[in-house]
Every structure is written in C-alpha cells, then in structure tokens.
Write a protein that binds this ligand. Structure first.
Ligand code: THU
Length: 157
C-alpha cells in the first residue's frame, strides 16, 4: 500500500485589474451575465462566460424552474450554448461569478460537481486545457485546467 498526495496550484488575485486582459474581459462578462439569471427560488444569481479558442465569448446564467431538477446552472447554460453554436471550437476558459440578489459575492462562486464533469468532457472534446476563473468581489481564483478542480476525472470518450 502506498499513500499518495494530490497537490493543486492555483492563482489568487485581489482585483480584476490584476488579471491579464483576456481573463479580465471574461471575468467582467461573467459578472455582466449574472443579469440574465432567472432565480425566483434561490435568489442566487450566477453568470458564466466561456472563451472559445478563436476568442469568441459565450455567456450563460442560471435558470431555475418550479420542477427543480429542470433548472440549470450558469456554467452548463453557457457551455451547452457554446457547444451547440460552435461545435468545432475548443472551449479554453470559463469564468463564473455569483451572488445573492444579483450582487457579486466576496466569496467566489464555485461550480457544482455536475458542472465540473461537463467542463471535463468539453476539455477532452476540445483537446485543450480549459482554465477556470472563479470571480468574487475582491478575490478571484484561477485554475489552469479542469483536472485541478476535478481530480480523477471520469472520462471514457
Ligand atoms: N448555481 C449555478 O448556476 N452555478 C454554480 O456554480 C452553483 C449554483 C445556481 C443553481 C441555482 O439556480 C442557484 O445557483 C442556487 O443554487
């Protein structure tokens, strides 16, 4: 038996200005996308912005439904939209921003397990690392690839 350790490195920034321009633009797009949230049940608004390999940005926001499982997170709304509109373009980055009543929370929104799994598959499909930028008010986290937020990815494609 061997005990093994997983180590994850990521960057932490304290303002949007510290990000490189491409990442800043995506973070701002995610914050802007929060306006599209339809969250009458949780009142928690989440926006996501996906950057494709050619620079195109596709956004999404969480959409809730009275039949709860029928709703969808912001990340998957954005990724499914990007996947449907640009099936041949790799997704190279995704930014996520969220907060109650549409006000950006200091604590960065962190994707749920189902969204991480979907990110993993689009990363494999695209053949390029997809970075993840989690945006809070005054704290922004950047991970280089989906493997860093979903170790031991289930991947059978
Ligand atoms: N939600 C997202 O859209 N993304 C996340 O990363 C976490 C949660 C949504 C789902 C639901 O509409 C609301 O936030 C409260 O959980």
């Amino acid at each position: 038996m061997k005990t093994k350790k997983l180590e994850i490195s990521y960057q932490e920034y304290s303002s949007l200005e510290e990000l490189r321009p491409e990442d800043r633009e995506l973070a701002i797009a995610a914050i802007e996308a929060m306006k599209g949230a339809y969250a009458p049940y949780s009142n928690f608004c989440v926006g996501a912005a996906v950057r494709l390999e050619d620079g195109t940005v596709v956004t999404g926001a969480n959409q809730e439904n009275a039949a709860f499982p029928s709703g969808l997170c912001a990340e998957r709304t954005a990724m499914f939209s990007a996947g449907a509109a640009y099936p041949d373009k790799a997704m190279v980055s995704i930014a996520v921003a969220g907060g109650a009543a549409g006000v950006l929370d200091p604590h960065p929104a962190s994707p749920c397990g189902a969204c991480r799994q979907v990110m993993a598959q689009y990363q494999t499909k695209g053949g390029k690392d997809m970075s993840i930028i989690l945006v809070g008010d005054g704290i922004i986290l950047k991970f280089s690839r989906v493997d860093d937020i979903l170790p031991l990815i289930f991947d059978n494609i």
